[in-house]
Structures are given as structure tokens and as C-alpha cells.
Design a protein. Structure first.
Length: 57
């Protein structure tokens, strides 16, 4: 599945601070590491967006 995330989520996950993310968002990034999901990171997402958003509904 494809997801969109902002840079905060990427920095938290890459920095070993997945606890600062929602459980679902951390799971998405772990699945992306296993190439089971894909995360597209926006360089400047609107501040009102959640950290992870599914483009599939």
C-alpha cells in the first residue's frame, strides 16, 4: 500500500524515536523497511496533516 508522511515521521523513525509516532505510523514505516508498503515523504506538508496518511482511502 502507498502512504504519504511528512518529514517529522521520517526523522522520528530514522532517529529511533518511533515511540513519538502513532503505533500505526510506526508499523507502516517498519513494513516499508521490509518493502511491504511504500512511504512517500513530502518535504513540506501542511501542518494540519497527520504524520501518516493513506492515499488509498
Amino acid at each position: 500500500m502507498n502512504y504519504v508522511a511528512d518529514t517529522h515521521a521520517l526523522f522520528f523513525f530514522a532517529g529511533g524515536k518511533a515511540a513519538r509516532m502513532s503505533r500505526k505510523c510506526a508499523q507502516i514505516f517498519r513494513r516499508a523497511e521490509q518493502q511491504r508498503d511504500r512511504v512517500h515523504v513530502l518535504s513540506s506538508a501542511p501542518l494540519s496533516w497527520p504524520y501518516c496518511w493513506s492515499g488509498d482511502g
